[in-house]
Write a protein that binds this ligand. Sequence first.
Ligand code: NAD
Length: 491
Amino acid sequence: MSTNDLANYINGQWVVPDTTDLLEVTNPATLEQLARVPLSVAGEVERAVEAASAAFVEWRRVPANERVRYLFRLRELLETHFDDLAQTITQECGKTLAESRGEMRRAVENVEVACGIPILMQGYNSEDIARGVDEIMIRQPLGVTAIICPFNFPGMIPFWFMPYAIACGNTCIVKPSEKVPLTMRKIFELIDQLDLPPGVLNLVNGAKDVVDAILDHPAIRAVSFVGSSPVARYVYSRAAANGKRAQCQGGAKNPVIVLPDANLDTTTRIMADSAFGCAGQRCLAASVAITVGEARHSFTEAIATAAESRVVGYGLDPGVEMGTVISAESKARIEKLIQRGAEEGAKVLVDGRRPQIPGYEQGHFVRPTILQDVPPTGEIAQTEIFGPVLGLIHLDTIEEAIALVNRGQYGNMACLFTSSGAAARKFRYEVEAGNIGINIGVAAPMAFFPFSGWKESFFGDLHGQGHHAVEFFTQTKVVVERWFQEWSRTF
Ligand code: NAD
């Protein structure tokens, strides 16, 4: 064990896990080794569940307004350490500092919304449903919950769930992505300063073994997962088979339709940010642009110019507009998919493969790439690339475009660029996706709205954030009471 090795946080203590299996965490731009993350085994999950189960007994009895006071303090600590956290995200994840700051802002917003739990968690009641009979519905916490995270938003995604889970009276175990465990380590150093009762929040580092131990542990009542669709489906099935609640957000292939009446400059700027922001490693990234009618030529030319002029580099350097992808494997996979697109008949209009970024020659960079005339039914039109690659498809009518969107297997986000209200309404009404953007490129719901997602992009019923989170992290109890006035003694 070296000082660079990360620990777990269980029962209010930093605990060195019982494993010699350690994975290197490197900066994807500089390849500097940042830390080693332990791949914990089932025994560590057992320890965390024991702590979280014991803590739940008293934590659920702490009044909701007292529980959220811990969140008020956490919010202050997150604000105080905001820049340091953003910098850590950039160092381990590769995105730009501005993107990391945006990510942390949404994390803080979720803490703020969860501070409203004393009201959000209220049930409802009806008096005199029959003579002398009242009916009330109360919300109670579930018990121990677990959160399993992907690599692309190490600071934000845990906050789609964690503040709601504990504010509702649950205890919680967080498993960060083993690719980016440092941000959560820093956040737990702040959590350690909250004086939360030990066991309310726990951190277990690791990979598949930890996930499987979570899914099989009988005392864990609910699992929140975000990651790729095959793993989301697996987590959902195994959690459900073991009687747990599960909300599992999966991958995406987000289509954007550009109509001829869209404002070209605004559309191009927003689309470039959507497709190339976070180097395309965003579940809400635009991945396919379907131009309709005359939009074809003007938009193709404009987006190609935007792609070519994007400033790519190390996310901590000033002026950089796009950082790295997460790993050498990811870079190789993206470059292979670009090649596949060419083999399928698409033209590589802007080719971002194998760029040389001065000073960062070994970094995992792929420059913005545009594939023109992607065959609508081919692999590239359907597969999540998760890199800065935008495919262009041309169709003649909005009806054809919506039909193509709805044939896709995913349903995370769909966007439309237009100046027609009628077209916007038709799109919003007919399109099969959970997050819709109209003249918006990344239709990310604010913290007080649920993060929707349909089809292969979501497995479950209740999504993260907002009211859905409150419903997910509570179970309802309906009480029917009869009290006749004539039964009371006169005092
Ligand atoms: P991933 O599925 O590889 O990993 C996600 C988590 O699952 C990690 O914690 C990992 O340790 C664990 N895991 C990986 N393989 C596993 C297996 N076989 N069994 C059990 N657990 C396993 O995802 P990723 O590469 O970290 O993240 C990128 C993916 O996440 C993309 O597909 C992206 O679209 C998706 N994503 C979706 C949303 C959303 O809101 N829908 C948000 C962010 C990311």
